[in-house]
Design a protein around this ligand. Structure first.
Ligand SMILES: Cc1cc2nc3c(=O)[nH]c(=O)nc-3n(C[C@H](O)[C@H](O)[C@H](O)COP(=O)(O)OP(=O)(O)OC[C@H]3O[C@@H](n4cnc5c(N)ncnc54)[C@H](O)[C@@H]3O)c2cc1C
Ligand SMILES: NC(=O)c1ccc[n+]([C@@H]2O[C@H](COP(=O)([O-])OP(=O)(O)OC[C@H]3O[C@@H](n4cnc5c(N)ncnc54)[C@H](O)[C@@H]3O)[C@@H](O)[C@H]2O)c1
Length: 457
């Protein structure tokens, strides 16, 4: 018989949001058990955002140094991956050890159990750990933050080969001479460019007709040009019929061509960690792609869900935002509740793609009377001054009936920072007439927002 304990709240999965919920509720005086089978903090600090952004920062430094001849003389650039690998191991992940995060949770007053959690009927969570099984019976509820794992497509020959996912790449100590990247989403584009800048011969294979499917087509086109300029062999609209491995990889593409590489990174999306959660024991569908939540992050009575499994944007900041909402609900606060009109995100390619709210297509599909405007960044004052690496654009999506922006994209150097101003505009529904009277400093990249607004007519 498993030991039974009564507690206020169990948090199953301690990604960025779950860790925040567990610590916040414990600090608020609730008895909280946080459960994670891997590392406290989840994908972002150990295998996702943080290691990938350290790689990208390093690759960006190399790219800037290579721009010196066009702007300032000469520079010798000799890439050394060990600097990046050491930084990820020592500064970012403590060699993939979460002792600091576990202690932070305990200091907040929560109990941590390392193990696999699953529902054992309503209000009951069974945790299987190295020390055996325990059952937690909750007084207030269960918060799910189980996140995602890499999805690997059923391509003939792929299973059983030593392909990599983001989890292998985060731990790389040495780079291959050549790499095939399968999937031209955020992970594929960011990492393909970083590795190419370290001298790896990279092929990027995307099944859809273009890269970065959710982004504006104009933004994807700028990124495609930039990746090609980095020497990446881009294969868009390219299905893969089969994968062979005999020391090196060969990918047989649907158009009859092949791609050969020493290593293969699979970055074809994610699958939610929902299948092995005992969801059927609480009346929920274990085959679901995501859990539908209300504005308070409730799935059903006594169950909250936050993070990637809610399908509202697989981003760390969305997980944290939803964590705050769930904490408010669990502690009896009176909102504010979740609102997704102005979700923003950044794809950290060079140029960066900053995005907020709807794309033009999404706005049209929503029945909005849409006006759009685009302005080129390279020919703006700052773009012209910047010269090397100045590609980019700003695209605005306006609701003509309401007279405000419902979406925007800022591609360019610091595109992820430039979009911040547009996040305010979409979130606060600032009237276009007010936006047009802003003082936009000269010569900044964000000044191009003024030109885009003028182009809206
Ligand atoms: C390469 C890469 C780069 C990324 N870059 C960015 C970026 O720049 N910016 C950004 O905002 N986002 C980025 N993301 C996305 C970001 O990592 C996720 O959105 C973020 O981690 C939030 O996920 P989450 O809160 O849903 O949970 P996760 O981080 O996925 O964590 C879920 C946790 O639940 C645990 N778990 C699962 N099932 C169980 C169970 N049954 N019992 C116990 N524990 C369980 C897992 O072990 C894990 O620790 C990136 C992702 C990847 C892969
Ligand atoms: N900067 C960021 O915020 C950031 C960075 C990385 C990841 N993320 C998050 O992580 C999520 C997962 O990233 P991802 O890039 O793995 O997924 P994704 O869903 O964004 O992209 C996957 C891509 O793979 C393609 N694809 C699928 N099957 C394929 C096949 N068999 N052959 C060729 N191409 C195929 C898809 O068409 C798609 O373009 C993202 O959606 C994002 O939310 C965020």
């Amino acid at each position: 018989m498993a030991e039974e304990h009564e507690v206020d709240v169990v948090v199953v999965g301690l990604g960025p949001g779950g860790e925040h919920v567990a610590a916040s509720l414990a600090r608020a005086g609730l008895s909280v058990v946080g459960v994670d089978e891997r590392l406290v903090g989840g994908e972002c600090p150990y295998y996702g955002c943080v290691p990938s952004k350290m790689m990208i920062r390093a690759a960006g430094a190399l790219a800037e140094a290579r721009r010196v001849p066009e702007l300032a003389g000469s520079a010798e650039v000799v890439p050394d991956w060990t600097v990046v690998a050491d930084r990820i191991r020592d500064e970012a992940t403590d060699d993939w050890d979460d002792a600091v995060a576990v202690q932070r949770l305990r200091d907040a007053g929560a109990t941590f159990v390392r193990g696999h959690g699953r529902f054992d009927g309503p209000g009951r969570v069974r945790v299987a750990s190295a020390d055996g099984e325990q059952v937690f019976v909750v007084r207030r509820g269960v918060v799910l933050n189980t996140g995602t794992a890499p999805a690997v497509p059923p391509i003939e020959g792929l299973a059983g080969t030593p392909y990599w996912t983001n989890r292998d790449v985060a731990r790389l100590r040495a780079l291959p001479a050549s790499l095939a990247v399968l999937g031209g989403g955020a992970i594929g584009c960011e990492l393909a460019q970083a590795f190419a800048r370290f001298g790896v011969r990279v092929s990027l294979i995307e099944a859809a007709p273009r890269l970065l499917g959710p982004e504006e087509p104009e933004a994807a086109a700028v990124v495609e040009e930039a990746l090609a300029a980095d020497g990446i062999d881009l294969r868009t609209g390219a299905g893969v019929n089969g994968v062979r491995h005999d020391g090196a990889f060969t990918l047989d593409l649907a158009d009859g061509s092949t791609v050969g590489a020493d290593a293969l990174l699979v970055a074809t999306g994610r699958r939610p960690n929902l299948a092995d959660l005992g969801l059927d024991s609480v009346g929920l569908d274990p085959k679901a792609r995501s859990l539908a939540t209300d504005e308070r992050m409730r799935v059903t009575d006594g169950i909250w869900a936050i993070g990637d499994i809610t399908g509202k944007g697989a981003f760390t900041h969305v997980s944290m935002y939803q964590a705050d909402v769930a904490v408010r609900d669990l502690t009896g606060a009176d909102g504010p509740w979740a609102d997704y009109r102005a979700v923003s995100w950044v794809t950290f390619t060079d140029p960066e793609v900053g995005r907020v709210g709807m794309s033009e297509q999404q706005a049209r599909d929503a029945g909005i009377r849409v006006a759009t405007a685009t302005t080129d960044l390279a020919s703006s004052s700052r773009g012209w001054l910047h010269k090397a690496g100045n590609a980019g654009l700003i695209k605005l999506v306006a609701d003509l009936d309401r007279g405000n922006l419902v979406g925007a994209t800022a591609v360019g150097p610091c595109g992820g920072e430039v979009v911040g101003a547009l996040v305010t505009a979409v979130h606060a529904e600032v009237p276009l007439a007010t936006l047009r009277t802003m003082h936009l400093a000269y010569p900044t990249f964000h000044r191009a927002i003024g030109s885009a607004l003028a182009n809206l007519g």
